[in-house]
Design a binder for this molecule. Structure first.
Ligand code: C2E
Ligand code: MG
Ligand code: MG
Length: 560
């Protein structure tokens, strides 16, 4: 059902209002005002309801001219106005049209003309409003560029419409834009964005096929044809950066542009994600303005997110399991201890190795919880062995950098061994060389406290940081673990062996026990024996294994 429309008649002559009412009353709801002031009162009261205004020009209080002037700058300036006057001449007509009237009807009224002009003005105004709303729904009001929805839709359509054409998708943003806003004010910030938008427009308009728009704040995107010429694209981006930077003298403005080549069938959101990844690589790197992504990096990031999402649940559900890798004394080839190494038994992904999740946990600090979990499970198992009457060799656990920063680390560990009634010699602690190197002062303090508590300290992955052998003498440690994987293998075996031999020699001078880990071959084993290494850990003897298996093979006396 069509709703009746409301027309406002602003006319001082009662008789004229009556005539109009007679002509239009059947089809429209009519509001009457006898001058401009009353007209505005009616607008105030009925506001959105009024579809059109019929306006007389000559009235005693606020005439039609004044009414037109005022309404032109008011919120009602989109309502169509038809002016009615007996003084019909071209000058008057021009004047009122210039003031914003939509149409003109001479008095005395021709009822048919009045009706049809009214109908046409109302329908035209609706189209205009629709157009305006439509425009607003697709454009960014500040820069006039397409907004995110429209830009993405255009990109999708362009890629589908031109299947033979290759495209690149770019995401560009300004470094430290919010700082610019705070420094120069929001208005200046907006001007910069408009300038930036103009440059993006110029950047894209040289291509016959293009899609571009403002996504949000200082983020703009573009999709343009790709000819594989990376050098040219880099030059274009550098030029864009130069022009953005030139906007403000004495203030460095830099852009970060991420780029990805469009692969058939990809969603625009995914292109955006890939390009964002590239852009992130240039963030806060002076002089770097174009970044690309690699598939592996994107996958890795997604996997890291999944790891973070699952980690707490994994801990609560005891999905982390402790494996033990035995260590062997080179004097008699007999087991002399083991190292506890964590694995993640993921319900869906299966067994995940620590190399995959430990770096993620180290970054977000969760590693300290996993560390404690492993220490506790290890203590518990050693306790069971002791309780069963066996004489277990010590097991070493890894202590991450994050745990080392815990000022109560010694207390935590003491509390643990006390709870499980263990002597501290049974739980050895591995600290990586890199943690030691970054803050040797702090580490020496930590190590001192741990020594006082009776723990044995091993320096893990020695050689990975290429720290000077000289620093070794400043470390108050008991055991040095040298990882074979940090020593050159294929290219220069002899050189690698010389390095290891000198590390061992140095450690011996200092009275430090040496363990070599990552030993895979008999050749390596024999070389290490000759070089004076004390203990070996590696696949040559045994891989890390579940605790039960370790227990069966290396703890229960009649099996050892
Ligand atoms: P790491 O502490 O240096 O442990 C030695 C790593 O070398 C282990 O890898 C072990 O499986 C591997 N390995 C042993 N022998 C050989 C060999 O002959 N050849 C080769 N190619 N590799 C060998 P895994 O278990 O994957 O652990 C990797 C690293 O993850 C560990 O290096 C350690 O830094 C960390 N990690 C493992 N468990 C824990 C834990 O409970 N807490 C903390 N903070 N870190 C852990
Ligand atoms: Mg270790
Ligand atoms: Mg190691």
């Amino acid at each position: 059902m069509n709703q009746r429309q409301t027309i406002l008649i602003v006319e001082d002559e009662k008789i004229n209002r009556k005539i109009i009412t007679k002509v239009l009353g059947e089809e429209y709801d009519l509001l009457e005002a006898e001058n401009g002031i009353h007209g505005f009162n009616a607008l105030e009261r009925y506001d959105q309801k009024i579809s059109a205004i019929l306006l007389d020009l000559t009235m005693p209080i606020m005439d039609g001219y004044e009414f037109l002037k005022r309404i032109g700058t008011s919120k009602w300036n989109k309502i169509p106005i038809i002016v009615m006057t007996g003084d019909a001449n071209p000058e008057t007509e021009k004047e009122v049209l210039d003031l914003g009237a939509w149409d003109f009807v001479p008095k005395p009224y021709n009822t048919q003309i009045l009706k049809s002009r009214l109908v046409s003005a109302i329908s035209k105004s609706k189209v205009d409003v629709y157009k305006q709303i439509h425009h607003m729904s697709e454009h960014d009001p500040l820069t006039g560029l397409h907004n995110r929805q429209k830009m993405f839709a255009n990109t999708g359509k362009m890629i589908t419409d031109y299947p033979e054409q290759e495209f690149v998708f770019l995401k560009a943003d300004l470094d430290h834009f919010s700082l610019y806003n705070t420094t120069f004010g929001e208005e200046d910030g907006n001007d910069l964005l408009v300038h930036y938008a103009d440059l993006i427009r110029e950047f894209c308009d040289v291509y016959e096929l293009h899609a571009y728009g403002r996504i949000s704040a200082d983020i703009f995107c573009a999709c343009i044809p790709w000819d594989g010429d990376e050098k040219r694209l880099r030059n274009q981006v550098e030029e864009l950066n130069r022009r953005v930077d030139a906007y403000k003298a004495d203030y460095v403005l830099e852009i970060s542009v991420g780029v990805c080549v469009v692969e058939k069938g990809m969603k625009v959101e995914d292109l955006y994600h890939r390009a964002s990844f590239g852009a992130k690589k240039c963030k806060n790197r002076f002089g770097v303005h174009l970044g690309t992504y690699s598939k592996e990096e994107i996958e890795q990031e997604a996997e890291n997110i999944a790891i973070v999402n699952d980690m707490q649940k994994a801990l609560d559900e005891e999905q982390f399991v402790v494996y033990i890798q035995p260590k062997f004394n080179l004097l008699n080839d007999k087991v002399c201890g083991g190292e506890a190494l964590v694995r993640w038994k993921h319900p869906v992904k299966g067994l995940i190795s620590p190399g995959r999740f430990i770096p993620v946990f180290e970054q977000n600090g969760f590693i300290s919880k996993v560390d404690f979990y492993v220490w506790e499970h290890t203590c518990k198992r050693i306790h069971e062995w002791v309780e069963a009457g066996y004489q277990p060799d010590p097991i070493s656990v890894n202590v991450s950098r994050v745990s080392l920063y815990n000022p109560h680390l010694d207390k935590v560990l003491i509390e643990l061994i006390e709870r499980y009634d263990l002597s501290p010699e049974l739980l050895e602690l591995e600290i990586t060389e890199s943690a030691y190197m970054t803050s040797p002062g702090l580490m020496n303090g930590v190590v001192k406290k741990l020594h006082q508590a009776g723990f044995t300290i091993l320096i893990d992955d020695f050689g990975s940081e290429y720290s000077s052998l000289n620093t070794l003498k400043n470390m108050d440690i008991d055991v040095l673990k040298i990882d074979m994987k940090f020593i050159p293998k294929e290219d220069d075996v002899e050189k690698g062996e010389i390095i290891i031999a000198s590390m061992i020699k140095m450690a011996k001078w200092l009275g430090v026990t040496v363990i070599c880990e990552g030993v895979e071959t008999r050749r390596e084993r024999d070389f290490l024996e000759g070089a004076g290494c004390d203990i070996i850990q590696g696949f040559f003897y045994a891989k890390p294994m579940p605790k039960d298996e370790y227990e069966k093979n290396y703890v229960i006396p009649w099996n050892v």
